[in-house]
Design a protein around this ligand. Structure first.
Ligand code: SF4
Ligand code: ZN
Ligand code: ZN
Length: 301
């Protein structure tokens, strides 16, 4: 099969639009799509300081590579969760990825900072729930303490579609109102954005291999059996039957998102009396989960 735009052999056949592309034209297509996402949703400007939350996996590796290629001012943050047999391996990949794009890398080690790794804490909360709180808190506080304007994550359209699908399925409507490619900053909350919002996992894998990015393919052991993986499979089946389902679903959601705005719980935001970061109660959930007596120090030394 030949590329739609030249005489070369096709490297990939896209599902939507259904066109074959050679390696060079696919790289061009993918980068144009990411650039358009940045512009369409006004994610950030050239003079903003960007912190990319990087994990060793394909999504964050691709987003940091591409932002560097577009000449944005980026630095990377890796949170080593202390998951035995997994986190240190991811750290090795992250180091290689940042070296490849010649970008500063900051590493926060949960075990050193908080005394134990994710999955070892004695708590009634599910591991992924307090891991999520921990990662969100650390990336936000790190960005805030070190004067970054924006935190970038590698979420793609498969993540977004499955998140929306799952929350509609369970009618968790209060989560839907704030979901999207950009979460504006406010007070001590730094702006969060997703430049890969409109590209699929399949396209990200193909792009990583086309430009020579090496990444961890192992999954975190705690992700086993996660329902979100089943949601992704179901949405992929629908995409096969009717190409374009994912993008229509996600863009359609963004148009209707205002319908969920009344669902946001508008409680008073206090300052956590331990760390001073925003909190619904007297102590924020991060300081509560880790039973902290003083704020963690995340300033760059
Ligand atoms: Fe954290 Fe692993 Fe759960 Fe992801 S799968 S939220 S990294 S514990
Ligand atoms: Zn071509
Ligand atoms: Zn706190």
């Amino acid at each position: 099969m030949k590329c739609k735009f030249c005489e070369k052999e096709a490297y990939i056949k896209l599902y939507h639009p259904k066109i074959p592309l050679c390696r060079e034209h696919f790289i061009e297509y993918f980068e144009r799509k990411v650039r358009r996402t940045i512009e369409r949703y006004k994610l950030f400007k050239k003079d903003e300081r960007i912190l990319v939350a990087i994990s060793g996996g394909k999504d964050s590796a691709v987003v940091s590579y591409i932002l560097k290629k577009f000449n944005y001012d980026i630095q990377c943050l890796y949170i080593n969760l202390g998951v035995r047999g997994y986190s240190d391996k991811c750290e090795e990949y992250v180091k290689k990825q940042c070296k490849m794009i010649d970008t500063p890398l900051h590493i926060v080690k949960i075990r050193e900072l908080l005394g134990s790794g994710i999955g070892e804490l004695r708590t009634t909360r599910p591991t992924c729930s307090y891991c999520g709180t921990t990662k969100r808190y650390i990336s936000n506080k790190f960005a805030y303490d070190n004067n970054f304007d924006v935190v970038v994550t590698g979420h793609n359209i498969d993540d977004e579609a499955s998140f929306i699908f799952g929350n509609v399925l369970n009618w968790n409507t209060q989560y839907l109102a704030k979901q999207g490619p950009i979460l504006p900053g406010e007070g001590k909350f730094v702006k969060k954005v997703k430049p890969l919002y409109e590209v699929t996992e399949r396209e990200i894998v193909a792009y990583a291999s086309a430009v020579g990015i090496d990444y961890v393919t192992d999954k975190c052991p705690y992700s086993k059996g996660a329902i979100t993986l089943r949601y992704k499979e179901i949405i992929n089946q629908l995409e096969k039957i009717r190409p374009g389902t994912k993008i229509k679903f996600v863009r359609g959601f963004l148009k209707k998102r205002h319908l969920f705005e009344g669902e946001i719980e508008k409680g008073k935001i206090n300052e956590c009396k331990v760390c001073g970061m925003p909190s619904g109660g007297k102590v924020c959930s991060f300081c509560r989960i880790w039973d902290l007596r003083e704020a963690v120090d995340l300033s760059i030394k």
